[in-house]
Structures are given as C-alpha cells and as structure tokens.
Design a protein around this ligand. Structure first.
Ligand code: FE2
Length: 305
C-alpha cells in the first residue's frame, strides 16, 4: 500500500537557501518526486537576486519566456526570473499545467514571494495524477476520449501586448516574429492553423495535443490546459466556450468539464504566501493558478526546461 504524500511538502529552515539547495540537491529532488511541490519557508531570500542565486544553485537549465508560447504578459526581473503574470488583481487564473496548451512546456517551475498580498493572492496547487484517478471513475468516457484523440486549443492574440488580460501577450511576442509572414512560418512549423482577424489580431488553433501524460516515475497525470482554458480564457477577444475541443474538433462543453473542475477544486491546496517563500513545482504532476487579491502582491517565477 502506498502512502499519500504530504502535499505540499514544507521544508522549514534558516540561512541561505542557495547554500541549502547546493548541499541537498539529491534529497530535494527525491522529496519533489514524492510530493510534487516543495515549499521552502523561513530561509533568507530577501530579494529577486537571492532567488536567482537559489535557482542557479539548483543547477538545472532554464526554459525562457522568450522561447515559450505562453499567452501571459510577463516582464523579466533578473535573467532567469520574471513576473508571474501581469493580469489585474481581480482576475483569477485557474488551475493549469504551465504551457500545456502548447507543444513547448517547462518540466518544473519555481515561485518566489517578494511581497505577499494584503488579502487573497494564494497560489492554488492541485495534484493532477489524483485528479485523473478520480476522473477515471467519475467520467470514464471523457478520459478515454481525450486520451485517444487529444485536445485542441484556440485562442486569439492581439497585435500588441494587452496587460489587462491574462491572455494578453501579442502574437509578435508569443511567436518571436515581427510580421505576418514570419508568424505564418512559425505557426506552420508548430502544426497550428490560423486566421487573421480585422483588428490585426490572430486566431490560432493547435494541433491535437496530448491531454494525459505518462510520468517518468510511473503513473499518469491530467496534463493539459482544459480547466484554465474553459474557465478563464475570457477577454475582449476570447470566448471560453470556443477555446477547447476534442481532437476531432467537437467542442468540449461545460457538461464534459464539470467533473474535472469539481474534482480539481476538491483536491486543491491554497498556498498562502509569506514573504521570502520559495516553491518548487513539478509541472508534469501539479497544476497551479492564482487567486484574486487586494493590495500589492509580487510573486516572481522561473522555469526549468
Ligand atoms: Fe502558470
């Protein structure tokens, strides 16, 4: 019988976090494999440079925001550290695996709390292997279908960054191109289909992407962007009811999604940040999001390839 791990695992300490990580890398990785999220609390991480040092001490290659196809508007703070999402405080970012709506995604994420919000602003965390286990019982036809066909995501990107939206990154920035011809070349290579819209915005649809992932350590996870896309891809350009389809193009409806959303909500742990906290997240195993908040909040992020 396997024991349910503590989630997240909280490592309390003191002193320099980069020194702790350097000295304990194998144990840190073993704990991460087991728990899916490690929260380092009580260490000295006074500023983004100290966070950057801890990332360097962890010693794994970065996954850069420039190379990614992320939809979020972000700003670099240090070479490996950027703002997590510039969306306004009242916007909830629903559970997702980072960049699972694209063919390019990071294996792990690190978060650092520089300023904790006055109220709200927790990071919901959810074990996606546990979600899939329960979903196999609650909605077996749905699991079988997304596993067999994969899923496609459609979103509309503006011509210039719109920081007022959680999905506001421009197509120029997202695709690292300067003009429409460049955009089309990149999209072809990635297997997307696309349509240019009137106001210089661009609607893109992915190839069918896997929605269930086989994990290196065994087991499977609900590795996709369905919950966030279905619940949250709403702005002046995007309609969440058109955001996700099965691989054959049939829309995925609220009825299809209800069990997954309910199960994920039930399994969610809210990480309430304290200043100086650092969290290390296995992106293949654990979904994350952002609760709405009031006041200033600054949680920075870094991605590992
Ligand atoms: Fe994210």
């Amino acid at each position: 019988m396997s024991e349910t791990p503590e989630f997240p695992a909280i490592i309390t300490g003191g002193g320099d976090l980069s020194a702790f990580i350097s000295a304990n890398k194998p144990a840190v990785d073993a704990a991460l494999d087991h728990a899916g999220v490690l929260l380092f609390r009580g260490f000295d991480v006074p500023d983004p440079l100290a966070f950057e040092a801890a990332i360097e001490a962890y010693g794994e290659a970065g996954f850069t925001y420039e190379d990614s196809l992320s939809n979020a508007v972000r700003t670099n703070v240090t070479p490996r550290v950027f703002t997590a999402n510039e969306a306004p405080p009242e916007t909830e970012i629903f559970l997702h695996h980072e960049m699972a709506q694209t063919p390019l995604f990071p294996a792990k994420l690190l978060f650092y709390c520089e300023i904790a919000a006055e109220s709200g602003g927790a990071t919901p965390l959810c074990r996606s292997d546990w979600v899939l286990d329960q979903l196999r019982t609650a909605n077996p036809e749905f699991v079988a279908r997304v596993k067999a066909e994969g899923v496609r995501y459609t979103n509309v990107m503006p011509g210039s960054d719109d920081a007022g939206s959680g999905q506001g990154r421009s197509w120029r920035s997202t695709l690292s191109v300067t003009d429409q011809t460049g955009a089309e070349t990149r999209l072809s290579a990635l297997g997307y289909s696309w349509e240019w819209l009137e106001d210089e915005s661009l609607r893109v649809t992915t190839a069918a992407l896997p929605a269930v992932r086989e994990l290196a350590a065994g087991g499977t996870s609900f590795f996709n962007q369905l919950i966030a896309a279905f619940r949250g891809w709403a702005d002046s350009r995007n309609n969440p009811n058109k955001a996700v389809t099965f691989g054959d193009g049939t829309p995925i409806t609220g009825v299809d999604m209800e069990p997954a959303i309910r199960i994920a909500d039930e399994l969610t742990y809210d990480l309430v940040w304290q200043k100086g906290d650092v969290a290390l997240v296995d992106n293949f195993l654990v979904m994350h999001g952002r609760r709405p908040f009031r006041g200033r909040r600054r949680v920075l992020a870094s991605l590992i390839a």
